[in-house]
Design a protein around this ligand. Structure first.
Ligand SMILES: [Zn+2]
Ligand SMILES: [Zn+2]
Length: 524
């Protein structure tokens, strides 16, 4: 093997400097007219310099520096052979589709301040400098030719033009600048905590934990026309990159509300609407974002937010497919009949009978010839699934220590409420019975001694056979409502609740009057 003689000037790589940038800088410092001369010396090509395995060993000879210095820059990291289209960029490996590989971009102000070219500018989406808030220079102002990496100097065009005075247009669009700041921090390996990004409510915790490649992949996908947010034409004055960046900024804005707004803004005509399944309605979107190779674990925050969109925003328009919910490791609150049956742990015909009886309403959707009912588990479903033991009415009445007729009356008047199912709505959940008993006991707020002259216990009222169950049920209802105030309690059971005789007498008189009045009406 031919030995490589070290160069005269061998600068160290600077943080954030790309390998290509380092070679250009070294070429300039050594007085070469083009970095091609360096490439020739180490027998390599322009493409190889930035490929999966850059020739860092040969470079170490040329620079007379230990290999470790180059590996510390990330130039030597191993990438699986199947990812051949990945190029090294600093500590990252990025797919060539997210890189500007043929042309170069620069911020002359940055080069003047830093003295080197940052690898940020090799990214396709790096269109402006977040620091100087100017668009990148992509063409020589003198010869109008696209800037190339292979040029005489960092600030010198192939035509000889000095580029240090060149200035890109000022960028006033904060969405673009925020995205530039985001990508710049990501490539530099900085924590994402920039004030502007915090103020815009970007999902920084989630974005912090994804790779540069995934971030660029997300941005890129929001610019694709199959993401349904535009026709075949780009808005005037925009490129694929600016469009993608602005869309991504909208999506990240006030996370997840910006994302929800974005999804809602997708025109209906672009959706597959002949379905009530959220996943089918947003088929192209889901396919592009979730099924085109972005790493599952890194985009789970998008998937979770998509399910949240279904649960919170889209709820009246479709239900969420169980597979999507499971893969996002989320819960869904909007379901169809079978999902509702599963939730309540009953058979679908049972749920259908509740719907027919009007016990569960839900939302009726119609599209084309399809009709379907969807249910918001938080709003439309008055019951919880069966839980714990449940009884038939006889055992339930015994459990509470009241008569069967009274319990039936309480349930009919909705004073005893079914919260959890037990034998559908026909049974009594033990947990509901305990809740009911506790609610009655909690109606007592003061301690008072029992005085048989002015007091009567609830148990005594419950025992009076002559009293109508509807009257007794109303007494219990009033206790729960707080319109009848107990005077205390001298035992652990709700039968020991102490009431004023006068309160009961006045209600009895009123009930008798009502009955009499009814009779008068009946006989009149
Ligand atoms: Zn700059
Ligand atoms: Zn030029």
């Amino acid at each position: 093997m031919k030995t490589i003689k070290p160069l005269l000037v061998t600068p160290s790589a600077m943080p954030g400097e790309s390998l290509a940038g380092l070679i250009l800088r070294t070429s300039e410092r050594n007085g070469f007219t083009s970095p091609n001369e360096i490439l020739k010396m180490i027998g390599t090509t322009e493409a190889e310099v930035r490929s999966v395995r850059p020739p860092y060993q040969k470079l170490s000879q040329l620079f007379a520096r230990p290999v470790t210095e180059f590996s510390a820059m990330g130039y030597s990291a191993r990438i699986p052979a199947k990812r051949r289209k990945q190029w090294r960029i600093g500590q990252h490996s990025v797919s060539t589709r997210y890189l500007s590989t043929t042309s170069a971009k620069i911020c002359p102000e940055c080069i003047l301040e830093l003295g080197y070219v940052e690898s940020f500018w090799e990214l396709r989406h790096a269109i402006a400098c977040p620091k100087h808030q100017r668009k990148a220079i992509t063409h020589c102002p003198a010869c109008k030719v696209t800037l190339k990496w292979v040029r005489p100097g960092m600030l010198k065009c192939r035509c000889g033009q000095d580029l240090s005075e060149a200035k890109g247009d000022m960028v006033g669009d904060h969405d673009l600048l925020n995205m530039m700041a985001l990508i710049k921090a990501k490539i530099d390996g900085h924590k994402l905590d920039q004030v502007a990004l915090v103020n815009r409510g970007f999902p920084l915790r989630q974005l912090n934990s994804i790779s540069l490649e995934t971030l660029l992949g997300i941005v890129h996908r929001f610019g694709l026309k199959m993401m349904l947010n535009r026709g075949t034409q780009l808005p005037p004055g925009q490129t694929d990159e600016t469009f993608a960046l602005k869309e991504a900024a909208k999506v990240f804005d006030q996370w997840p509300n910006g994302f929800f707004d974005y999804l809602e803004s997708i025109p209906d005509t672009k959706k597959k609407v002949e379905s009530f399944n959220l996943q089918r309605q947003f088929h192209s979107f889901i396919y592009t974002l979730f099924k085109t190779g972005l790493p599952e674990s890194e985009i789970s925050f998008l998937k979770k937010a998509f399910v949240a969109f279904g649960n919170q925003r889209w709820k009246t328009k479709g239900f969420i497919d169980i597979r999507l919910v499971n893969s996002a490791e989320e819960n869904r609150t909007v379901v169809g009949i079978s999902g509702l049956a599963k939730y309540l742990n009953v058979q679908p015909p049972t749920v259908m009978s509740y719907v027919r009886k009007g016990l569960i309403k839900g939302e009726k959707l119609t599209t084309g010839k399809l009709t379907r009912r969807i249910f918001d588990l938080e709003k439309d479903v008055p019951f919880k699934p069966a839980e714990g033991r449940y009884y038939k009415i006889r055992e339930a009445a015994l459990f509470l220590g009241i008569s069967l007729n009274l319990l039936r009356e309480l349930k009919q008047k909705d004073i005893y409420r079914i919260v959890r199912l037990g034998w559908g709505i026909g049974g009594y959940s033990e947990l509901d019975l305990i809740d009911f008993r506790n609610r009655l006991l909690q109606a007592v707020h003061k301690h008072g001694a029992f005085d048989p002259v002015i007091h009567i216990k609830l148990g005594k009222i419950l025992n009076k056979k002559r009293l109508d169950v509807s009257f007794t049920a109303e007494i219990i209802g009033e206790l729960l409502e707080g319109t009848l105030q107990p005077q205390g309690q001298d035992g652990a059971h709700f039968r020991d609740i102490i009431l004023l005789r006068s309160d009961i007498d006045s209600r009895l008189a009123l009930a008798k009057y009502r009955i009499m009045n009814d009779r008068i009406h009946l006989t009149a």
